[in-house]
Design a protein around this ligand. Structure first.
Ligand SMILES: Nc1ncnc2c1ncn2[C@@H]1O[C@H](COP(=O)(O)OP(=O)(O)OP(=O)(O)O)[C@@H](O)[C@H]1O
Ligand SMILES: [Mg+2]
Length: 283
């Protein structure tokens, strides 16, 4: 493991990768708040409205569903990469987005150890320079794998809904990352808001706790309304941004994407891959 990691670090330093690639994680704490819908539609908008080269990684190991939302049957998944397959043979393209599909099942979760994740990282390293954005859809909760991807991203979009439990879990996620790793590059998305007012109120509550107890500030990325068109399209395995480009949800998401494009990546103390590897080495 140590030798493998050293070899990879050497390669990374030589290639000076990720100069132009932004790594953005999508996380939440609580499950079912809209991470995957956000990640898929955000990727779609960056690719199709803003002409960016995007790789969407389904990093929800054990409960993968990006490929279901985009209605593509995949024979090969992230699991094959962990078993030695080349990443180029796994990525598929649909609607202008490249997607690295995840996999599901309890056996799959058990198979994912540190060295297989490292191998995955090595493979991804070879393709990351082809992309403007790498969007990482993570699992609910705060396990080691989620943490390593958040920690390694230059920014994390934290998704919450107005429900107090979702706000609490978003707070818990941010608190853990701040306390354990001094990571604070978060932006908040309030999803499923019934009104602008409810969205602002949700953000204000989360922000107040963060300001008070974590001694840090946090910004609002945007408020995404609850919309029936999401459920409609999810059922039909369509992408709302493609089918209903004027839905309020989509228009709001376009604003978030436009703002993202205007933001330079924060200066990285360690590169994405160094962070992932150093984190894995600690275990
Ligand atoms: N803005 C919205 N309006 C209405 N329904 C929504 C909205 N966003 C998401 N949903 C619905 O919420 C459900 C969960 O969405 P999604 O799968 O994106 O959440 P998730 O956070 O990725 O879940 P998990 O934690 O299981 O990965 C879906 O059924 C989706 O249709
Ligand atoms: Mg999801």
């Amino acid at each position: 493991m140590e030798e493998q990691a050293k070899g990879l670090l050497k390669r990374i330093n030589e290639k000076k990768l990720e100069k132009n690639t932004k790594f953005l994680a999508v996380a939440s704490g609580k499950g079912g708040v809209g991470k995957t819908n956000f990640a898929v539609n955000f990727s779609y908008i960056l690719a199709n409205d803003f002409n960016k080269k995007v790789l969407l990684i389904d990093a929800d190991i054990g409960m993968a569903n990006v490929h279901i939302l985009v209605n593509v049957n995949t024979k090969k998944t992230l699991k094959d990469i962990l078993n030695g397959e080349k990443i180029e043979n796994i990525i598929f393209s649909t609607r202008g987005i490249d997607i690295l599909p995840g996999f599901s099942g309890i056996d799959a979760i058990n198979e994912v150890d540190d060295s297989s994740v490292l191998r995955f990282v090595q493979n991804l390293n070879d393709v990351s320079e082809n992309y403007d954005y790498i969007i990482i859809d993570t699992a609910a909760g705060i396990d080691n794998k989620v943490i390593s991807f958040i920690r390694a991203s230059s920014k994390t979009y934290v998704i919450t809904t107005p429900e107090p439990t979702a706000i609490m879990d978003a707070y818990a996620l941010i608190k853990s990352m701040k306390k354990l790793y001094d990571y604070s590059d978060f932006k908040v998305v309030v999803n499923m808001a019934k009104s602008e007012e409810e969205g602002v109120d949700t953000f204000d509550r989360l922000k107040a706790s963060i300001n008070k107890f974590l001694n840090m500030d946090i910004k609002l990325a945007g408020i995404l309304p609850a919309t029936k068109n999401i459920q409609k399209t999810v059922k039909k395995k369509q992408i709302i941004s493609e089918v209903y480009p004027s839905d309020k949800f989509v228009l709001q998401l376009k604003k978030i994407a436009a703002e993202e494009l205007g933001e330079p990546p924060p200066p990285l103390k360690e590169s994405f891959w160094e962070k992932v590897i150093n984190f894995l080495k600690k275990d």
